[in-house]
Design a protein around this ligand. Structure first.
Ligand code: MRU
Length: 357
């Protein structure tokens, strides 16, 4: 069984010799280090510690983690009396571990549910190798579909962006999806069409996904870009340098309210003020119709040291901190959601229902 191939130059993970190799995104772009995972516990840890991040990428990682939990060399199989009950217990434990790794990106839960549907239908009396192969095949299918979805989003999204600079936030490229990227995939497509465009890259405090990862991917792609700190976006917009804003999503509620990296809401409000269209690019696996509005989306809160330190160096004292990783952009501020099946203009619960019907 051949693993999917990430189309771009930047790769969040590689499957080789029955292991996943994750590029350590905490170290990019200053160093390229790889972390090897051979079981579900290691995969849960790399998701939790943000070695791998970005909603679709953590979904794929979790699916690969579920497959690794049943690898023929996993200690599970050396226990005496392996029976269906034990296999099921191990399934549930692995599922819980991965599901608890990060709370906001719904692709994680979506991918785990996909694996669960396969598990329910599978013959548990299969040999360990067959069980593992079936799970791995499903994980690869999720990955392959993500690659195809990214390419479709790029095709739907690129023609929408008006001339002028494009501003983006966080990292939504290959590193975040295992494919071309969502919002950044659309931007790459615009660049590949030869429309000379400048990309404005929000540094994305406090984790700096923009400064470290988006800038790295744009440099590899050879696109023209300028890195700005998050509080410079209004200045760039006020000078007419930004024709559109495009971001990704970690979870889109049934009414179109969108959770994305904290700071996205600021941009949406600014874009409205300056009359700049604000787009979200996300695969349908990011749409969570079980969650009615943005208010019900769980927002991850991360450790204080992400704000008080930079690469381990203190930049202030250990003051009290509030560090939410995501914010919610109300659907009223979103011009359109770009998906792999087409574009949802001015998203509302009715528009989304109509689109999916
Ligand atoms: O905390 P992160 O780096 O996992 O957050 C990622 C984002 O907010 C991305 O914008 C989102 O996952 C979309 S990725 C295609």
């Amino acid at each position: 069984m051949k693993p999917p191939q990430v189309p771009g130059a930047a790769k969040p993970f590689v499957w080789q010799d029955n292991r996943v190799y994750f590029v350590d995104q905490r170290e990019l772009p200053l160093a390229e280090k790889w972390i090897t995972c051979s079981d579900e516990k290691q995969v849960a840890a790399v998701i939790r510690d943000m070695v791998v991040r970005g909603a679709p990428a953590i979904g794929i990682a979790a699916a690969l983690g579920m497959a690794l939990a049943f690898h023929p060399e996993h200690p599970l199989w050396s226990q005496s009396g392996v029976n269906e009950e034990l296999l099921h217990e191990h399934w549930q434990g692995s599922y819980k571990l991965l599901a608890e790794s990060r709370p906001t990106a719904v692709n994680l839960f979506w991918a785990l549910r996909r694996m669960e549907a396969l598990w329910q239908g599978i013959d548990k009396k299969l040999e360990s190798l067959e069980l593992f192969a079936a799970l791995l095949q499903e994980a690869f299918a999720i990955w392959q579909e993500t690659i195809a979805a990214d390419q479709a989003m790029a095709r739907y999204g690129a023609p929408l962006l008006p001339p002028g600079g494009i501003l983006t936030h966080c990292n939504t490229g290959a590193l975040a999806t295992g494919g071309l990227g969502t919002a950044l995939g659309v931007i790459f497509q615009v660049g590949r069409q030869g429309d000379g465009v400048r990309v404005w890259v929000d540094e994305t405090r406090p984790y700096l996904q923009g400064a470290r990862l988006t800038a790295y991917e744009l440099a590899q792609e050879g696109m023209d870009f300028r890195l700005i700190s998050d509080n410079m976006a209004a200045s760039a917009m006020s000078r007419g340098w930004v024709g559109s804003v495009i971001v990704g999503a970690d979870r889109i509620a049934a009414n179109g309210d969108t959770a994305n990296k904290v700071g996205t809401l600021n941009l949406a409000i600014l874009a409205q003020h300056y009359g700049i269209p604000f787009y979200v690019a996300a695969p349908l696996s990011t749409l969570d119709r079980r969650t009615p509005t943005g208010q019900e989306i769980p927002i991850e809160e991360r450790e204080a040291q992400e704000l008080t330190r930079v690469r381990g160096t203190a930049i202030t004292a250990d003051y009290p901190v509030w560090n939410p990783a995501f914010d919610i952009t109300p659907h009223s501020l979103i011009r359109a959601i770009i998906t792999e099946k087409g574009v949802i203009e001015k998203p509302t619960v009715q528009e989304i229902d109509r689109f999916l019907a």
